[in-house]
Design a protein around this ligand. Structure first.
Ligand SMILES: Cc1cc2nc3c(=O)[nH]c(=O)nc-3n(C[C@H](O)[C@H](O)[C@H](O)COP(=O)(O)OP(=O)(O)OC[C@H]3O[C@@H](n4cnc5c(N)ncnc54)[C@H](O)[C@@H]3O)c2cc1C
Length: 512
């Protein structure tokens, strides 16, 4: 799934008149503001980073699945001790997504390579053999298929390595990051922004409810959907994704876990007017039905969710719009997180995008020697914009090819979802089939967060037709099956989420 991508370009020269960035003010203390502040402070310790959040307004309180970029960023880039993170944030592991989607009963999308690979000795890539059974194409897929989190290592311990991700309750994540931010030298203050002063396209000061005025050389707008600086103060135009993504609400509910197993994946289940996630926390199961208000009322959506999940007692509705600001970096304001853009959580991409934006910003500052440079700002906006559009197009594949239900919503999706910049990729797939060596040439501009793998996982997973079907001989198919059997055997002897949690809590456990 998602992988770390470097900034794509850098300028030859720096605007000589611009002053240096020394003080950064982050507006917003949700996961976006905290991750941005921590990333800047860690990669540029000399910067003075302060963060203002509003306890009066709170945080969004949803955003509970990550991709594999998240643990890598936390533990490797930010250097957060694993002991502390597991103790305070209490995550469970996610090896990928189980999709109840398309004509198959289910298929898995993980963070490894299933389709963008060819098993040793096989003449064709995996997708050519997976038209029927598409299980056990990677170790993670084989684990998910058996409800196991990890393979088993020496002394029966879980091998917690590789491309795994997390499920984390948003409030636990925020409070864990808050305490790490405080001791990292980031100033955190509770206040509510009333008004921003703007002069010549730049923010010059922020006025807060307490009567305090704060200013900085660079402002990070991490104020969530309200986009106080980028949207309200600077009036940057918003680019809607409504040509591709028709959902605009989620009804959310859950229940205390009883004897249900903790699955090592997020479930994404097709519903009549959208889809429903199931996120696995240790003591709580969280479900959220994402739907389009053009096709179903809040009450009907709630009834459909509760009928499938009778243990849900309380629900709440969250409204959103999918899209992004034309530019995320305008003047001396950089928007990160929901203030920069939002796509619905079908692939839990938001935190990964926060991490990319934070890293790209840190890299931009490094390259310009902390100057606000127009060429670098333009390069940042280009890469961030392409990344948002790629997520949009990736999600569009999920909607366009899902044949599970014939309700008006799904018929509308199949007829009207635009594939955006990835239309050519699909056209080429129809001709050449799941051939990653050829398809790589149909990928549009970088960063290509999902690469060939993500798009192929959807196309093969949903059995989207192509003209290059392949019939291997018996011996060849047997050789393919032998590879899968090996992965399956490893997975069978694996460790469940429960067992892995117990293992890391034993006093003898040591993180390496
Ligand atoms: C239905 C739904 C499901 C989602 N699921 C996922 C998921 O599975 N995975 C994922 O990665 N993401 C998911 N997200 C996205 C998730 O919300 C974000 O990844 C993440 O929580 C970042 O939010 P944020 O920090 O940008 O905004 P928020 O959490 O809203 O934080 C905004 C901050 O700004 C502050 N603020 C706002 N206005 C002011 C003001 N005037 N003065 C001072 N402070 C202010 C607030 O108090 C708060 O501290 C989901 C989103 C939705 C809507």
């Amino acid at each position: 799934m998602a992988e770390e991508t470097p900034m794509v370009s850098h300028p030859e020269s720096v605007n000589p008149g611009s002053s240096k960035v020394r003080r950064v003010l982050v507006l917003g203390g949700g996961s976006a503001g905290l991750l941005a502040a921590l990333t800047l402070k860690r990669l540029h310790p000399a910067l003075e980073v302060s963060l203002v959040y509003s306890s009066e307004l709170g945080v969004i309180g949803v955003g509970e699945g990550t991709t594999a970029v998240f643990p890598a960023h936390l533990f490797e880039t930010l250097g957060i001790p694993k002991e502390e993170f597991y103790r305070e944030a209490r995550p469970t592991w996610k090896q990928g997504i189980r999709l109840l989607w398309g004509p198959r009963e289910e298929f898995f999308y993980d963070f490894e390579f299933q389709y963008d690979q060819r098993f040793e000795g096989m003449p064709k890539a995996n997708g050519f053999y997976a038209a029927g059974d598409c299980g056990d194409l990677s170790q993670a897929g084989a684990l998910m298929g058996r409800d196991k989190a990890f393979t088993t290592g020496p002394l029966g311990r879980p091998v917690i390595k590789g491309q795994y991700a997390f499920h984390i309750e948003n409030h636990r994540l925020v409070s864990c990051l808050e305490s790490i931010a405080r001791r990292s030298g980031i100033t955190l203050e509770d206040d509510t922004l009333e008004r921003a002063e703007v002069d010549a396209g730049k923010v010059t000061a922020l006025h807060f409810k307490s009567g305090t005025t704060r200013s900085a050389d660079l402002y990070i707008d991490a104020s969530g959907f309200s986009a106080e600086l980028i949207g309200k103060a600077l009036a940057e135009p918003f680019k809607s994704f409504s040509d591709s993504l028709f959902c605009d609400r989620a009804v959310i509910g859950g229940w205390q876990r009883e004897d249900e197993p903790i699955h090592p994946y997020t479930t994404a289940e097709t519903m009549y007017h959208g889809w429903c996630w199931q996120i696995e926390h240790e003591t709580f199961i969280n479900r959220g039905y994402v739907y389009s208000s053009n096709f179903v009322s809040d009450e009907e959506a709630r009834a459909e969710l509760v009928a499938k999940n009778p243990k849900i007692t309380e629900t709440r509705v969250v409204k959103f719009r999918s899209g992004r600001y034309e530019r995320s970096w305008v003047g001396n304001v950089v928007a990160i997180g929901n203030a920069s853009g939002f796509v619905e959580p079908l692939e839990a991409t938001a935190l990964a995008q926060v991490i990319y934006e934070s890293n790209w910003l840190a890299e931009s500052l490094r390259q310009t020697g902390y100057h606000l440079d127009e060429a670098m700002t333009a390069a940042f906006n280009r890469v961030v914009g392409i990344a948002w559009d790629e997520i949009r197009d990736f999600l569009a594949y999920h909607y366009r090819f899902n044949t599970r239900h014939n309700t008006p919503f799904w018929m509308h999706c199949r007829a009207h979802t635009s594939l955006g910049n990835y239309q050519t990729f699909h056209d080429f797939y129809q001709e050449v089939g799941p051939n990653p060596v050829l398809l790589v040439h149909a990928l549009p501009a970088r960063p290509n967060i999902y690469g060939v793998e993500g798009f192929l996982a959807m196309l093969v997973g949903m059995q989207v037709p192509h003209e290059a079907s392949y019939q291997p001989g018996d011996a060849e198919f047997e050789a393919f099956r032998a590879h899968r059997n090996k992965l399956a055997a490893q997975a069978k002897g694996g460790v469940s989420v429960r067992q892995a949690l117990d293992a890391i809590r034993r006093p003898s456990w040591q993180w390496t």
